[in-house]
Design a protein around this ligand. Sequence first.
Ligand SMILES: Nc1ncnc2c1ncn2[C@@H]1O[C@H](COP(=O)(O)OP(=O)(O)OP(=O)(O)O)[C@@H](O)[C@H]1O
Ligand SMILES: [Mg+2]
Length: 473
Amino acid sequence: MATSRNATLLVVDDEEIMREILEALLTREGYDVRLASTGEEGLALARALPFDAAIVDIMMPGIDGIATLDELKRIDEDLAVIIITAFASVGSAISAMKAGAFDYITKPFKNEEVLVVVRNALERRRLVHENRNLRQNIQERYYKFGNIIGKSPRMRQVFDLIIQAAPSRSTILVQGESGTGKELVARAIHANSSRAEKPFVTVASGSLAPELLESTLFGHVTGAFPGAVLPRKGLLDQADRGTLFFDEIGNVPLETQAKLLRVIQDRDFTRLGGVESIKVDVRIIAATNLDLKQLMDEGRFREDLFYRLHVISIEMPPLRDRKDDIPLLARHFLAKYGEENRKADLELTPEALDVLTQYAWPGNVRELENVIERAAVLTPGPRIGVELIPDQVRKPPAFHAPSFVMPPEGISFKDVITDFEKRLIESTLETAGGVQKRAAELLHIKPTTLNEMIKRYDIRPRRRRQSPDGEGA
Ligand SMILES: Nc1ncnc2c1ncn2[C@@H]1O[C@H](COP(=O)(O)OP(=O)(O)OP(=O)(O)O)[C@@H](O)[C@H]1O
Ligand SMILES: [Mg+2]
């Protein structure tokens, strides 16, 4: 609500003397006052002008105070309505409160009493508006946080974590499958931190050779290695006072991990071939699509670094786990690529949207974005139908159930089912890279159920099928 403008009050009273008293009193206080002598007149004013509060006499010929109050609330549900009652009829004051009045004043009243009630009413009005705006902002933010689109509960959790974690200097680990938006999240954290004006520097640890990684990161001194004729600064220097985004941290060799730990703990580092320790103030955000815990168990990731990184961990949900975001994302990308290709008002047919929602999206949001981009480029008109959706999305690879040859003597139903179950689980575990949780998802069963079956059938990871003589059992 604008504070520069005087609050506007509506006074509805059939007694002329009351209108005059209230008008004088409230105008003197700096309020804009409009007068009405009947309920009808008051309602007509309320329909025409925005009011901040209304004072309504309860006893009036024609539409009485309560009915006027009712209708005023219908016109503007936030309007604070103050009812004036005769001292004798507190009962009617109570019914007015029940009908949604903000407060009531009994006649005869003291001036100060009226002013206090009016001030309270306006304050309440202000708070209601403030809260409403706040809620609206949050809602908008929840559909879109920076460039991150999503409204599913899982994405809201991600937004909340970003908001909470961004201001600190804590190291953050962003985990999730490829294409789930890990880099977007890292950028959003940086943009919402006090480092926003400073650089955001990405270390593509996945695509750098291990020897190159260290010199790229720390820089080197002259003669550090053959060919190092001139000293060079590294990405850490570039990122000073900003954020260093370590992409694919799971690929960083153990030696470099130790040096990284030092950067996080002691905030300094040494150049390749150098001795001097250099101070640096960076916030590190690491991302990975590997299971760091598993790497740690296999001795390929330092435990101390893992726990350092894991202080705050953000888990990006795969797109198949938040299908309610698919229409929203699709619309977002349609607008983006529509604009890029100068095609206005692109939309998906319901069938096309249906196909997109059914698909499992192994490549997550990136894959969805590519599919929409392709369709936006190829479509001749504004409506995009299923024919513009690639085959693999439209017809996901079918599951091939085995075919059976029945031996003449018949076969034990129970044995066949058991054998089939066992092989299905083994093959799914293989597809899921040995991760039981993922395998359970693929089979649409609970992880506990899968685990029970694994135990029951004595399935071991990557175990060869049992030999007939029982060896290896
Ligand atoms: N929630 C989202 N809203 C809008 N765009 C998204 C969202 N998530 C991902 N994208 C888009 O999908 C693409 C992939 O996102 P990003 O690079 O952040 O994924 P990633 O998790 O880092 O993937 P990778 O592990 O393969 O590096 C980008 O073009 C990004 O803009
Ligand atoms: Mg990435």
